[in-house]
Write a protein that binds this ligand. Structure first.
Ligand code: SAH
Length: 223
C-alpha cells in the first residue's frame, strides 16, 4: 500500500494519533488479531469518505457514502475480517458489496487474492480508482449483482464476506465456497440482523450465529 504521500498520512483529525485511538478502541472491544489491527492502524479511512466527513473518519461509526449506502463501522470491519482468518491463512476472498472499498482495502492487505462486486456503478468506479491509488493490485472488482456471486466462475473461494443484509442464506454464494471455506453474512429475519458464519464441511454446511448487527439491505439488480 502506498501510504507515503501527505494526503495518505493525514493531519489533525486524520493524523496517526487519531487513528491509534481508534485501534485502542477496537482492542478494548475484543479485536485481538494483530494483522487486522496493524492494517487498520495504517489504513487511511478518511480517503474513503467525502472530504466533508474526513474529520469523522476515525470515529467508530458507519458514515454515509452517497446513494443511500454507508461505509461500515470500523469495529464491524475488524470483527468480520478477524472471523475470516480463523482458522488458518486462506488464499482468496470474495466480498459482496464493495461500497467505497474500505473493507476491500483491509482484505487486500491481508489476503493474497481479493474479489469484490458492487451493484451501484458510481460506487464501483470510485472504489476502483481509490484502490488503484493505494496500489492495491491484488483486487479484482466487478459491477454486478452479488446475488449471483462472481460471474462465470469455475473456481471456489476460501472465504466469502457479504456486507449487505440477506433475508435468506444466499445459496448462489455457498456454491462458490470451497471445502473448509467460511462465509460470513448479516442475516435479516425481518426483525433484526445477526452476523452469521457458515462453514462448508465434508458433512455439509454448518451455521453459527455471532452478534447483532445493522447493515444496509442486499438489493437485486444493478444500477
Ligand atoms: N464493504 C463496504 C460496505 C458498503 S455498504 C465498506 O467497506 O464500507 C454495502 C454495499 O453493498 C453497498 O454499496 C450496496 O450498494 C452493496 N450491495 C447491496 N446489494 C448488493 C448486491 N446485490 N450486489 C452487489 N452489491 C450490493
Amino acid at each position: 500500500m502506498n501510504l507515503s504521500s501527505k494526503n495518505h498520512q493525514g493531519i489533525g483529525m486524520t493524523s496517526q494519533r487519531t487513528r491509534d485511538r481508534l485501534i485502542q478502541r477496537l482492542k478494548d472491544q475484543g479485536i485481538d488479531n494483530e494483522s487486522v489491527l496493524e492494517v487498520m492502524r495504517r489504513m487511511p479511512r478518511h480517503l474513503f469518505v467525502d472530504e466533508a466527513l474526513a474529520h469523522r473518519a476515525y470515529e467508530d461509526t458507519a458514515l454515509p457514502i452517497g446513494y443511500a449506502q454507508t461505509i461500515s463501522q470500523p469495529y464491524i470491519v475488524a470483527l468480520m475480517t478477524q472471523r475470516l482468518l480463523v482458522p488458518g491463512m486462506p488464499n482468496s476472498v470474495l466480498e459482496i458489496g464493495t461500497g467505497c472499498g474500505y473493507q476491500t482495502a483491509v482484505l487486500a492487505n491481508i489476503f493474497p487474492q481479493v474479489y469484490s462486486v458492487e451493484r451501484i456503478e458510481a460506487l464501483y468506479k470510485a472504489a476502483k480508482k481509490r484502490l488503484a491509488e493505494l496500489d492495491l493490485f491484488n483486487v479484482q472488482l466487478r459491477h454486478t449483482d452479488g446475488n449471483g456471486g462472481w460471474p462465470n466462475l469455475n473456481y471456489q473461494f476460501d472465504r466469502i464476506i457479504v456486507t449487505a443484509a440477506c433475508n435468506e442464506v444466499p445459496e448462489n454464494l455457498t456454491t462458490q465456497l470451497a471445502n473448509d471455506g467460511v462465509m460470513i453474512f448479516p442475516f435479516d429475519n425481518g426483525q433484526d440482523q445477526t452476523l452469521t458464519q457458515i462453514t462448508r464441511t465434508s458433512q455439509g454446511l454448518v451455521s453459527k450465529s455471532l452478534e447483532k448487527v445493522s447493515f444496509v439491505p442486499m438489493l437485486p439488480g444493478i444500477i
